[in-house]
Design a protein around this ligand. Structure first.
Ligand code: MG
Length: 266
């Protein structure tokens, strides 16, 4: 059963989403060359303590970090540690928090200084695919249509979508029904209903879709070690405009776009 949230439950989810967003944005500002990924994790942990919430990830199946922090070819589930952030890196931070028993979950990919044009375009396309998918979070739309829209946005650029990891329902728990893949067939069930809350999170690779898991049993990397991008929002399905519970300004603007035209096959 996919939970349908209403009334006071939505107020709690709006609060959790807003807090997850605030912590994400503040943490993102600390990302700069020389700072270690462990220091970024510790900074986010301090913010969680100060704002009276808890990490939704720490201890989840034994996960050791307060946030997920993944660098360059790392896709998701990276663990903060002694690695210093370098100029030209892309840093993915995924922050999930529990506030008053309700979960907010969101992620962003941050370029550190100037990055290669094709990587910049990958980031833009991934954030774009998130918003294309969000536009499908409306009562009556098939989940397969939402999932398909992610793939349909990025594949024409030659990018690939990670298949082993998917988005999810979110609410009382970090992972609820349904699974929200970033690929799929149009018309596939379930049909979305107002009050469902989805964590929509495209994970898009510059090269192959294949991924591997490192020896720490958590960090997911691309099999070809090429760059990967990840953007996520917690979204309430409505019978009108979708409501982004972790809303923030988009970070990758079309004005920065350096489209690799030769790769466009659409
Ligand atoms: Mg998530």
């Amino acid at each position: 059963m996919i939970p349908i949230r209403k009334g006071k439950q939505l107020d709690f989810m709006r609060a959790a989403g807003g807090l997850a967003r605030d912590i994400l944005l503040k943490t993102a500002k600390e990302i700069r060359p020389g700072v270690t990924t462990g220091e970024i994790d510790a900074y986010a942990a301090d913010l969680m303590r100060e704002t009276g919430c808890k990490s939704a990830f720490l201890g989840y199946r034994g996960f050791p970090g307060h946030i997920c922090i993944s660098v360059n070819e790392e896709v998701v589930h990276g663990i903060g540690g002694p690695r210093p952030i370098a100029y030209g890196d892309i840093i993915k931070i995924d922050i999930g928090i529990v506030k008053d028993g309700w979960v907010g979950d969101n992620a962003v990919t941050i370029p550190v200084g100037e990055i290669r044009p094709e990587v910049h375009h990958l980031l833009w396309a991934t954030e774009e695919s998130l918003h294309v998918a969000i536009d499908h979070a409306r009562d009556g739309i098939m989940l397969g249509d939402l999932s398909h829209s992610v793939e349909a946005t990025v594949v024409p650029f030659g990018y690939s979508v990670v298949r082993q990891f998917v988005g999810h329902g979110v609410g009382r728990k970090l992972h609820e029904e349904p699974q929200v893949p970033n690929f799929g067939r149009k018309g596939t069930k379930p049909r979305l209903k107002a009050g469902m809350i989805l964590a929509i999170e495209p994970m898009v690779n510059l090269g192959t879709a294949s991924v591997k898991i490192l020896g720490d049993d958590w960090t997911v990397i691309t099999a070809d070690r090429k760059a990967s991008a990840h953007f996520e929002h917690t979204v309430l399905v409505t019978d009108d405009e979708p409501e982004i519970l972790t809303w923030r300004e988009r970070t990758m603007t079309a004005g920065d776009l350096a489209a690799p035209d030769s790769r466009v096959r659409a």
